[in-house]
Ligand binder design. Structure first.
Ligand code: NAD
Length: 308
């Protein structure tokens, strides 16, 4: 029997993910508040549901791909998806949300007699379209096993990270490494430039030495050394700075909640929040090198850092 999937949130990520499920033979009932997102999904073979609740009521699996935790919790909430779904429905939340919100969503789903998985992704819109996302999942082993065939359609790799919220935890920890390392790599290039060292020379040394990391060798923040990096196309994303700012904010929330003395993670969250609200609003996150360079040549620039 064909598995019926309710897919709620058909935006940049959810739209192509739902389309890939249709291509693989799943019946997908979709819903989005934005008409253009819904009609694009319908053109890809998704059946339009009049409401999220209507889709959940007939689904075997409910996938959500929403902006933030409050959207997930309010959709799950009273008279929402959990109440509408048949008992034992599998809920898979692929949104990137706060670990605490994710755990609350799991608890609500289980209290309503359902199975639940958090399964945030990395790989961006390109990965969503190509079906090459990486999923990091949290929840019971059996829920992960049930979701695996669908995750295999939408992605190339799925890692079961542990219990409820473990997928979100893995996502924010990884992206905190990425945000901090991109700032470190960018500061090193600006320092090298001020010392008269060429970008290429720094790249040639650091990429073969202990400074090697993804932010340097794949997403290099200066044009030249890595031709495919966003720096070579005027910092068109890529991984947009506002998304990095969001993920670092989630990490900062968890750091503060845990009382963890992670100065660099917290500082990276501040720097990316400022960059994403300003010149980085529509840039790849590696564009932060330009903010660092601009602040260097103009010490009054707020990017220079004023918290000390
Ligand atoms: P998006 O804003 O393009 O899509 C979210 C969609 O949810 C929107 O179309 C919105 O209308 C819809 N929505 C909101 N509330 C709804 C409701 N109550 N009912 C139905 N639809 C509703 O965002 P996106 O880029 O697709 O990202 C989705 C999630 O994936 C976010 O949590 C984001 O952090 C995460 N993510 C995004 C990327 C990326 O590169 N875009 C990468 C990794 C993870």
């Amino acid at each position: 029997m064909t598995t019926t999937v309710a897919f709620i949130g058909l935006g940049h990520m959810g739209g192509p993910m739902a389309a890939n499920l249709v291509s693989a033979g799943y019946r997908v009932l979709g819903h989005d508040l934005v008409e253009s997102c819904l009609s694009a999904a319908v053109a890809a073979g998704v059946e339009a549901a009049r409401s999220a609740v209507e889709a959940a009521a007939v689904a075997d699996v409910v996938i959500t791909m929403l902006p933030a935790g409050r959207h997930v919790l309010s959709l799950y909430g009273p008279e929402g998806l959990l109440a509408a779904a048949r008992p034992g429905t599998l809920f898979v939340d692929c949104s990137t949300i706060d670990v605490a919100d994710s755990r609350a969503a799991h608890a609500a789903a289980e209290a309503a007699g359902h199975r639940s998985l958090d399964a945030p992704v990395s790989g961006g819109v390109v990965g969503a379209e190509a079906g090459t996302l990486t999923f990091m999942a949290g929840g019971e082993e059996s829920a992960f096993a049930q979701a695996e065939p669908l995750l295999a359609v939408m992605g190339k790799k799925a890692v079961h990270c542990g219990d409820a919220g473990a997928g979100q935890a893995a996502k924010i920890c990884n992206n905190m490494i990425l945000g901090v390392s991109m700032i470190a790599v960018s500061e090193a290039f600006v320092l090298a430039e001020s010392l008269g060292l060429s970008d290429q020379a720094l790249y040639d040394v650091a990429s073969a030495a202990s400074g090697q990391c993804w932010a340097l060798t794949v997403n290099c923040p200066v044009p030249g050394p890595v031709p495919a990096s966003p720096a070579n196309r005027d910092y068109r994303p890529g991984f947009a700075a506002p998304l990095m700012a969001k993920d670092l904010q989630l990490a900062a929330n968890a750091l503060r909640a845990g009382g963890i003395d992670a100065e660099l993670g917290l500082r990276a969250a501040e720097l990316y929040a400022r960059f994403a609200e300003g010149p980085g609003a529509d840039q790849d996150f590696s564009g932060i090198v330009r903010a660092i360079r601009a602040a260097t040549s103009n010490p009054t620039d707020t990017q220079k850092g004023s918290t000390t």
